[in-house]
Design a protein around this ligand. Structure first.
Ligand SMILES: C[S@@+](CC[C@H](N)C(=O)[O-])C[C@H]1O[C@@H](n2cnc3c(N)ncnc32)[C@H](O)[C@@H]1O
Length: 261
């Protein structure tokens, strides 16, 4: 079975063409979205690493998550691994602009060796790009120290139906490059447990935001995009609506100490 649902070229192209600036309404929506996502990460890091530690993000380009982590939990030392050279370049500039120091490594998560083990290994938007979910969770655990934590988040574009419908209208090929099985908290929980992680928890968080990113602007896509923007504006105006579903699926698990193996 094909294990990787994407290729290095796919990411190099995305990381070269990606714009991470916005203005006006998009900035307002972006800030509200960012606020809910930052809260999720603040909670996940507080649950897994209270003392200053070394945190590694797998698939870290173009650096938005590392930036978010360093802003919500500046006491930690951050590291990032990615296989895309242009992506790492974008990551480096984003962090430099924000005055954040992080060690960045270029390599493939399936094979890369890093100079140390980490207190927490996180990824955000990585594991759903593989068909072998247990294998990729095991790779996270490989980079963590005994007793360290694995923290994974996956964007939920699969549930409920309206969320999936908008996503596939805007980007018809989404589920060719994304494994929807990773978007179910129960699946993530059992995958973490089957990878030998302890104290596993999983859930949904991060607000019922709809994606507005389109692959091409057909009439159908423009209509879906207008609907998604109006919906997201509704979430800014009436925050309790954000609880309708979780735009992020998350899971945490602890790597066994030597004595627990
Ligand atoms: C959706 S992006 C992650 C976004 C990132 N967390 C952020 O917002 O800052 C997925 C990243 O994983 C990287 N990636 C995919 N497969 C990889 C692999 N086998 N080894 C290392 N990095 C990989 C891609 O190059 C891409 O930069």
């Amino acid at each position: 079975m094909k294990r990787d649902l994407t290729t290095r070229d796919f990411w190099d192209q995305r990381n070269q063409s990606r714009s991470i600036r916005a203005s006006g309404l998009r900035m307002l929506l972006g800030d509200a979205f960012e606020g809910t996502r930052a809260e999720v990460w603040e909670r996940l890091l507080a649950r897994t690493c209270s003392a200053p530690g070394n945190i590694l993000e797998l698939g870290c380009a173009p650096g938005r998550i590392l930036k978010r982590l360093a802003e919500v939990a500046p006491q930690h030392h951050y590291h990032g691994l990615d296989m895309s050279a242009p992506g790492l370049e974008a990551c480096r500039s984003l962090l430099q602009e924000a005055g954040i120091h992080a060690e960045l490594y270029e390599g493939d998560v399936w094979t890369a060796e890093l100079p140390r083990k980490f207190d927490v290994v996180v990824s955000a938007g990585l594991i759903e790009h593989f068909s072998d979910l247990r294998g990729i969770v095991l790779r996270h655990a490989y980079y963590a120290r005994p007793g360290g934590w694995v923290v994974v988040t996956v964007p939920n574009w699969a549930r409920p139906g309206i969320n999936r419908l908008i996503t596939v209208t805007l980007r018809p090929n989404t589920f060719e490059t994304h494994n929807a099985e990773a978007m179910e908290p129960e699946n993530l929980k059992s995958t973490f447990e089957s990878a030998g992680l302890l104290d596993v928890e999983a859930g949904e968080a991060g607000g019922a935001w709809l994606t507005t990113v389109a692959a091409s602007l057909t009439v159908k896509a423009r209509l879906a995009q207008a609907f998604a923007r109006a919906w997201n504006l509704g979430l800014v105006i009436v925050p309790p609506l954000r609880r309708l579903w979780g735009g992020l699926v998350w899971a945490i698990g602890r790597v066994p100490e030597e004595a627990e193996r």
